[in-house]
Design a protein around this ligand. Structure first.
Ligand SMILES: Nc1nc2c(c(=O)[nH]1)N[C@@H](CN(C=O)c1ccc(C(=O)N[C@@H](CCC(=O)O)C(=O)O)cc1)CN2
Ligand SMILES: NCC(=O)N[C@@H]1O[C@H](COP(=O)([O-])[O-])[C@@H](O)[C@H]1O
Length: 196
């Protein structure tokens, strides 16, 4: 579909399964990405090890080490500029970060619900699936969207759905949604690569 290889940076805060899936799709399915950089919000996360094992340049940028959101944003995006990154991918990244003007429409996020439902501040990871179960909805899924300065607000690129089953636990539901995330994020990246 696409003939352009996107230079990407991945921002993460956790176990790095989303990054591992991108590496797998690049190796096995020719996902057109060159992962130039991984930036983690903490130094004790498995995502960093996955990146290093793949030979990817890594950095840790802790939000609390910065005077204000502007300085934090510069520290996150300056390395992306230096590395000539086309697209930044939030892959389980849990800090709010200001999006600089030159990265408008060049940052995407994967969220584990069908936005605009179950999004916003406080909605991340298992909290999302717990809220879905408590509300009793019958269909959930994931959303890949462009990132702006409001949580989970930017234009939607791809959504994939799956059922919520009777007697589901948050763990079981998270695993079913994650299967869809593993398809949705590569699909969104391929879509973007085909347009640039
Ligand atoms: N400018 C933006 N930054 C971020 C966005 C975004 O849409 N615009 N999305 C998040 C990812 N996200 C869901 O997709 C999300 C992550 C975290 C939270 C949240 O409530 N975080 C807590 C802190 C959690 C922690 O550090 O352990 C909080 O802010 O109090 C909501 C949504 C990434 N950044
Ligand atoms: N609001 C953002 C959010 O909840 N993101 C979610 O965190 C998980 C990251 O897993 P990973 O760290 O193993 O890639 C994924 O399920 C992703 O959708």
């Amino acid at each position: 579909m696409s003939d352009r290889i996107l230079k990407i940076a991945v921002f993460l805060s956790g176990s790095g399964r989303t990054l591992a899936n991108l590496i797998h799709r690049r190796e096995e399915f020719d996902l057109p990405i060159d992962i130039r950089l991984v930036i983690a919000s903490r130094d004790d996360v498995r995502g960093i090890e996955i990146a290093r094992d793949d030979g990817i340049d890594t950095r840790v940028v802790r939000k609390r080490d910065h005077r204000d959101p502007f300085e934090h944003s510069r520290e996150m995006f300056d390395p992306c500029r230096k590395a000539g990154v086309d697209l930044v991918v939030f892959a389980g990244y849990l800090n709010h970060v200001l999006i600089p003007n030159d990265f408008e429409n060049r940052v995407i996020n994967i969220h584990p619900s069908l936005l605009p439902a179950f999004g916003g501040a406080g909605m991340y990871g298992h909290r999302v699936h717990q809220a879905v179960l408590e509300r009793g909805v019958k269909v959930t899924g994931c959303t890949v969207h462009y990132v702006d300065n409001e949580y989970d607000n930017g234009p939607i690129i791809v959504q994939r759905s799956c059922p919520v089953l009777k007697d589901d636990t948050a763990d079981a539901l998270a695993a079913r949604v994650f299967e869809q995330e593993c398809i949705a994020l590569p699909e969104a990246i391929t879509k973007i690569a085909s347009k640039v």
